[in-house]
Design a protein around this ligand. Sequence first.
Ligand SMILES: [Zn+2]
Ligand SMILES: [Zn+2]
Length: 288
Amino acid sequence: MRREFLIPAAKQPFFDGAVACPLQVCVLASGSRGNATYVSDGTTAVLIDAGLSGVEIQRRMAANGLSPNNLDAIIVSHEHTDHISGVGVLSRRFNLPVHINDATHQACETALGKLPAIFPFACGEPFAIGSLTLHPFSISHDAQDPAGFTLSGQGMKVGIATDLGVITEMIRVHLRGCHILVLEANHDSQMLMEGPYPWPLKQRIRGRCGHLSNEDTKNLVTDLFHDQLRHVVLAHLSEANNTPEKALETVTPALSNTRTRLHVATQTHGSQCLTIFSDLPSSALSDE
Ligand SMILES: [Zn+2]
Ligand SMILES: [Zn+2]
């Protein structure tokens, strides 16, 4: 068998000439004014959340050479406006099915409007969209049934967990073995406590149903590090209680002396598009 026939051409439509199978992750926006993350394995492409206007998501996708026409679905993590405001418009404009759990859907049914197709998922139960396998898991946040996700395709795994107040053992278990992690680094604890927010809001953010601090995220990254972890993207940074510099400064020691690259996704620019290729075993590239 000839080597080039082992990976079907249909699995690499976005990467002409590439030999290995790509996985692409692009945080289009992240923060309390809107979240959306694009994930594709070259065959199937999805958005996790669409919390900007439909027009703005289209604009940001285009700026990264992406098109909503290639999307297969939108997946909703929870009902807060910064995660759903573009879901209804995009799903209707591009005829995209929406994967959402029942409690979340009930909480935002009016805001979403009529959707072309709804596929309910349950936290803890994996499901497939095309060639991607998604595994939703429960996170602690002040929403009806909030979820984090892992997405697996082409032998690689992405973990996405933002909007969580506490890191449980179950979350750690789900996020182990990821090649790319998108993790919340919401606030610098000192900036939050000394900042302008009223005390009850500070308490909510620090609480079990709030958001992770930079220090929490550093400890999580330390725990989750493994040799195949290629990229960590710090996400959902507070614009009032954090800065990209502080988040990077706090989390960087967790990855010192490693080849893992650390990035920050911002509200205005998201992250750069990350593309990784699976390390195919030599047996998959030869019939000898
Ligand atoms: Zn949020
Ligand atoms: Zn939220």
